[in-house]
Design a protein around this ligand. Structure first.
Ligand code: UN1
Length: 509
């Protein structure tokens, strides 16, 4: 495999942020840039024995870290957030080269890491329990939240930094030790973000060594983590197939998992929509990040009266999109992650054609400039209805467009997908928008009005239902997923009163 200038740039970027460049090892795990298909570095894969050692080290770190008061734990994360802020530009470039995301979106992702650090710092003073009304006199009942143990994060290539930070920053503030298994398709972002975290941990007085560890490997090492009883909580983001495997393994040992898996997200556009805004929201939602967000808009359900005009305007919008290197700031759409992603996209477009769809775009471009990479024009597929391919998540920029007649029908189409991550409605009619948000509306974990399906802020709970896995990885009260709850009943009277008015033995006499 060829090397290009990108490997040299990675070396410079790592050195620039004070980290050892990813060494050229003997290993079989090869980091490839989706920008041009060139080799960036190679690594040895973690073995099960290495995972065992890492878990042991993490357990030792956990026992020490849980003794550090939570606000002090927050101070570590504050320092890390500052370091990420200072290094936002080089980290964004590393991320862009690593996973092919446009530089603008890579900056957005690193900003998401900074935001989650701030959020976690705030949380570090708010890990509070409840005081609960007690039925017995002279008793007090309360609940407390305690660190839970070793936390493991399995992250996907498409958000190689933000998704890790959602879990890990919160888990650390909650008093846990953390292990990260990043996607083998984007390992360099993990080495950079994890390396900077190590810098902070190493100079922080109250933080034990090995509080955070990165393990490079493929699904095999993910399965080792999923099977291991010493991993108290495991969070996994990726495909539904991967999530089912992790869920089964963790359930078999009665462990705790937080799953954020696939999405087949739809937007409904009603005749009451602000059309300009809807076009803008749908073009970004469907074509942004080259269709490789779990929140990417994949289905568009448009009222029959405006369908043809809306489709025309979407096609015009797509016509303005520039596909190009993610490092070229004038490009909107970068490459697909690899050849398999491109082939998956082509297979889905073939199926859509067979199922009566009319397709625009989808072809490979820039093959001469980047023969080893896979750039494709985002595709729009006008479909005769919600055919099987429309209900299949393809991790590529394909937007299936369908008609509806009444809003109940549109909501039923929205909810017919096996996944339930994100959804949105474009309408200025509050009867329509409130119905969509109600119990009888969208069944997704995220339901938006007049914005697209992607681009959630970190403060809200993030995740979804059904095949999306049911987990909530970030925001709101999800910190509780990273702690264990202890219910405490304290008797400060001199009587032994049993609950439910029970009388027992001598006390009954
Ligand atoms: C993902 O694609 O796995 O809501 C996460 C969004 C981003 C996160 C996406 N904040 O689009």
């Amino acid at each position: 495999m060829e090397e290009s200038g990108l490997a040299a740039e990675i070396t410079e970027l790592f050195e620039g942020i004070g980290l050892k460049p990813p060494a050229e090892q003997e290993g079989t795990l090869i980091a490839v840039s989706p920008i041009d298909g060139s080799k960036l570095a190679s690594f040895r894969r973690a073995t099960p024995a290495m995972a065992d050692e890492a878990i042991k080290r993490a357990q030792t770190a956990f026992l020490e870290w849980r003794e550090t008061p939570a606000p002090r734990r927050g101070e570590l994360i504050r320092q890390y957030g500052d370091l990420v802020r200072d290094n936002k530009e080089p980290l964004s470039r590393i991320l862009s080269i690593d996973c092919g995301k446009s530089l603008a979106e890579a900056r957005g992702e690193i900003q998401e890491v900074i935001d989650i650090c701030e959020y976690a710092v705030g949380l570090s003073r708010q890990l509070f329990g409840l005081q609960i009304a007690c039925e017995r006199p002279g008793h007090r009942m309360a609940e407390a939240w305690h660190p839970v143990g070793v936390f493991a994060q399995i992250s996907a290539f498409n958000f190689p930094a933000a998704v890790w930070s959602w879990g890990t920053m919160v888990a650390l503030v909650c008093g846990n030790a953390a292990i990260w298994k990043p996607s083998e398709k984007a390992p360099l972002t993990a080495l950079a973000c994890g390396g900077l975290l190590d810098q902070v941990i190493n100079r922080f007085e109250d933080a034990p060594a090995n509080l955070s560890q990165v393990m490079l490997g493929d699904g095999a090492i993910g399965r080792v983590l999923a099977d291991d009883r010493r991993i108290a909580v495991i969070s996994a983001t990726g495909s539904t197939t991967m999530g089912r495997d992790v869920a089964g393994r963790v359930a078999a040992r009665l462990g705790r998992s937080i799953l954020e898996l696939g999405g087949n997200n739809a937007a409904i556009v009603t005749p009451n929509a602000d059309m300009d805004l809807a076009i803008e929201g749908c073009v970004f939602g469907a074509a942004g990040t080259a269709g490789q967000r779990c929140t990417t808009m994949r289905r568009l359900i448009v009222h029959e009266d405006i369908h043809d005009e809306f489709l025309d305007r979407m096609r015009q919008g797509y016509g303005q999109l520039r596909v190009g290197s993610p490092l070229d700031e004038s490009a909107h759409v970068g490459p697909l992650i690899d050849q398999a992603a491109f082939e998956g996209m082509q297979a889905a477009l073939d199926a859509a054609r067979e199922q009566g769809g009319q397709i625009w775009g989808g072809e490979r471009v820039l093959e001469d400039a980047f023969p080893g990479a896979f750039y494709a024009r985002p595709a729009i597929a006008a479909m005769p209805g919600q055919t099987p391919i429309v209900l299949t998540e393809t991790f590529a920029p394909i937007l299936y467009v369908m008609k509806y007649r009444d809003l109940e029908e549109a909501i039923a189409l929205n909810n017919a997908a096996p996944q339930g991550l994100s959804s949105s409605i474009f309408s200025t009619d509050m009867r329509e928008t409130e119905l969509f948000l109600s119990h009888a509306g969208s069944d997704c974990g995220i339901a938006n009005v007049n914005i697209g399906t992607s681009g959630a802020e970190i403060g809200g709970a993030f995740g979804g239902e059904k095949d999306t896995g049911g987990g909530r990885a970030s925001g709101s009260d999800t910190w509780k997923n990273y702690m264990r709850r202890s219910t405490n009943t304290i008797n400060y009277s001199s009587q032994l009163n049993l609950a439910q008015g029970l009388k027992f033995g001598a006390s009954a006499a």
